[in-house]
Design a binder for this molecule. Structure first.
Ligand SMILES: C[S@@+](CC[C@H](N)C(=O)[O-])C[C@H]1O[C@@H](n2cnc3c(N)ncnc32)[C@H](O)[C@@H]1O
Length: 277
């Protein structure tokens, strides 16, 4: 039986999703929301979206259904070395300068944040670059914090198992060094090695949190193709938090279709979609 989503119900979900995740669903997304959530209704044997709304907001006191709901509506499109100009800038300019500065200050701590890391392709790409550039990385204290709101994609990220079709942007040398081919049941898959995983910490974190619980500052932050779903005010608040949590002269990388225009930020423009504190 077809379950209808009325405009009034859609408006309730729009507000709820905005409050929980900052994600702004336009009216054009009504059918998409319906098709994604209807599966949850069936699983829970609920007959209407009204009943589902009540269940998410009142019935389920564990908060788990809210996580399921956000998992259903988030867009997690990503790839290895997405927007290659960022990785070229990182390898060619940012990292050599950062490493020189750290060595001069006799400091060996490097902190990176992949905020909105999806299924892990972004933090694993960063891990490859850091492993390639930092000689004797074991003697350094390097950490990539990789966070996302969706537990579903985080599980995939932690697993680090990718179909060969997803690895086309990785050159043969990097693939050979940092991946292992899957076993007999996973012939078409590659697994990230411990070397790559060792410096990454995966955590669920909502970028809408009022305050960020990080003690130390980040040398650079990647937050790409996430803010695109937020309105200008949410973007402005987030960008000023990134500014606060970056080390002096730290860099912020945003997605190719995003911009800091109209956010009143204190960042300095470096190259398209890369900014500096
Ligand atoms: C399109 S993916 C981008 C992945 C990667 N950064 C890239 O550029 O390839 C957007 C990710 O942002 C996450 N996201 C959306 N709203 C979020 C929020 N409020 N807090 C944390 N992550 C969020 C989604 O779950 C999704 O995995």
């Amino acid at each position: 039986m077809e379950i209808d989503l009325t405009d009034q119900e859609f408006a309730l979900f729009q507000q709820l999703i905005y409050n929980e995740s900052g994600i702004n669903l336009s009216p054009a997304k009504k059918e998409l929301l319906k098709s994604r959530l209807v599966k949850r209704l069936r699983t829970l044997s609920l007959k209407s979206f009204k009943e589902y709304y009540k269940y998410v907001t009142e019935g389920d006191t564990t908060g788990k259904e809210m996580i399921h709901m956000i998992d259903c509506i988030s867009t997690n499109l990503t790839e290895f070395f997405r927007e290659i100009a960022h990785f070229n800038f990182l390898s060619g300019k940012l990292l050599p300068a950062l490493l020189e500065k750290k060595r001069k200050n006799k400091e060996k701590r490097i902190r990176v944040w992949s905020a909105g890391c999806s299924s892990g392709e972004e933090p694993y790409s960063l891990s490859m670059i850091l492993n390639e550039h930092i000689g004797q990385i074991n003697t350094w204290d390097v950490k990539i914090l990789a966070t996302d709101l969706s537990t579903r994609v985080l599980e995939k990220a932690k697993q680090g198992l990718y179909h060969k079709d997803r690895l086309k942007n990785i050159n043969a040398q990097l693939l050979h060094t940092y991946f292992r081919k899957g076993g007999s049941h996973f012939e078409d898959y590659y697994q990230t090695t411990d070397v790559l995983k060792k410096i990454i910490v995966f955590r669920r974190f909502n970028l809408m949190e009022k305050t960020f619980p990080f003690k130390g500052q980040f040398d650079f932050i990647f937050c790409r193709n996430v803010m695109i779903y937020f309105n200008k005010q949410t973007q402005s608040e987030l960008i000023s938090k990134f500014h606060k949590h970056l080390a002096p002269e730290g860099h912020l990388f945003i997605g190719h279709s995003e911009s800091l225009a109209g956010t009143n930020s204190k960042f300095k423009y470096v190259i398209p979609t890369v900014y500096q504190k």
